[in-house]
Design a protein around this ligand. Sequence first.
Ligand SMILES: [Fe+2]
Ligand SMILES: [Fe+2]
Length: 181
Amino acid sequence: MGRFHDLYKKTYNLSEEKDREYFDCVKDYYYTDEFQSLKSHIQHGSVSLIQHIKSVSYISYRLSKRLGFDFYRTARGALLHDLFYYDWHDPDPSHRLHGYYHPGFALKNARELSRKNNLELTELEENIIYRHMFPLTVIPPKYKEAILVCLVDKYVATKEIIICSSGKRSTKFFSEVEGEK
Ligand SMILES: [Fe+2]
Ligand SMILES: [Fe+2]
């Protein structure tokens, strides 16, 4: 688990120069105003939605590459898997059942963002986005890359919940991350 933890920590310090190959995969979406707007939303505790997405996308990219999967589409699909523009912690009644509905919102937003920027969104990427909440949403992912992202998303969400479960843990984690810059 130590290696996974190190990989997870690394996702907080990704650099466009050192991790160029990863950024080359996702840059078409990453630098759009829509994607950058996710920075202000919180996912779990003190982790932003954009950081959550980066963790899922980068870890999925690395594993996908290691396993000989389509890492380019894995990185892109994972980058779009939680593309929703609201804070799901808001008590707004339309945000109830967020867990069930957000894959559909993310897919709709990903299609719009792709159309606007003239980017091809493949069936594989759509499957990554739409099926990532399995087994909460009952239909499983269809492609190996989509299964991978579904698993990595759960790993990352669990890490975030653990890190944010106590002030002490969170201080320790973020000072480690800072120390590795
Ligand atoms: Fe999600
Ligand atoms: Fe997610």
